[in-house]
Design a protein around this ligand. Structure first.
Ligand code: URA
Length: 229
């Protein structure tokens, strides 16, 4: 039975060699994702931008800088969370992901979710949100966690949205500020017998979104606008 590191390396190798869709022939480097394989929190963005395509790492451009600030404000370090994207290759000109590209990449993301098995999945932006909350509007459900089978899903605006729309900055900061309390709640729900020190008591968590997230849909609408770079 291969260990998690071997499974991840095999997955990353397959992503780096992938030509399931035409993006595989246009990229400089594929961007499988990164982070500890036992991370409690997984962030799922949209697709690599120009900087990510050059470096082969997710969220290393301006949006990544802001993501790191948001993580710090939430009491999280980049090195302790897992970060990946719906698409593993950059769409040319940073256009929106197409449904067939999302479909071609779907297995890779699903494998990553199975492997990391995070307590909390944070979707960044509408393409990522659509995997778990199809048909929902991000302006209506952002920041509102939903628990499904012991895992919490939190739709967030894309960090790049806040770089381009000043009014979203406070919103995304406030949403990220709720993450630490959510993580405490998620840990409790998998290990309810563990009593935590008072300092880590959960703060009230936002009311739950309605309706509940579904299992990942087989097709995702690509009508949304790409927000970054
Ligand atoms: N935006 C994303 O959605 N992903 C990245 O990796 C970088 C920017």
């Amino acid at each position: 039975m291969p260990d998690a590191a071997a499974i991840a390396e095999d997955l990353y190798d397959r992503v780096r060699g992938c030509v399931r869709c035409s993006l595989g022939t246009m990229r400089t480097r594929a961007v499988p994702g990164e982070g500890p394989l036992d991370a409690e929190v997984m962030f799922i963005g949209e697709a690599p931008g120009v900087n990510e395509d050059k470096q082969g790492r997710p969220f290393v451009g301006a949006a990544g800088g802001f993501l790191e600030e948001l993580l710090a404000a939430a009491g999280l370090r980049r090195g302790e969370v897992y970060i990946t994207n719906v698409l593993k290759c950059r769409p040319p000109g940073n256009r929106d992901p197409r449904p067939e590209e999302i479909e071609a990449c779907r297995d890779y993301l699903d494998e990553q979710i199975d492997l990391i098995d995070p307590l909390v999945i944070v979707t960044l932006g509408r393409f990522s949100m659509a995997k778990f909350f199809p048909g929902q509007s991000i302006s209506r459900i952002h920041g509102q966690p939903k628990e499904v089978a012991g895992r919490f899903y939190v739709p967030m605006y894309h960090p790049a949205a806040a770089l381009h729309q000043a009014n979203l900055r406070d919103v995304i900061v406030a949403d990220f500020a709720k993450l630490q309390a959510l993580l405490v709640r998620a840990r409790r729900s998998v290990a309810p017998h563990v009593s935590l020190p008072a300092a880590t008591e959960a703060q009230p968590v936002a009311a739950e979104a309605d309706p509940a997230p579904t299992q990942p849909p087989r097709a995702v609408s690509a009508t949304q606008t790409r927000l970054f770079d």
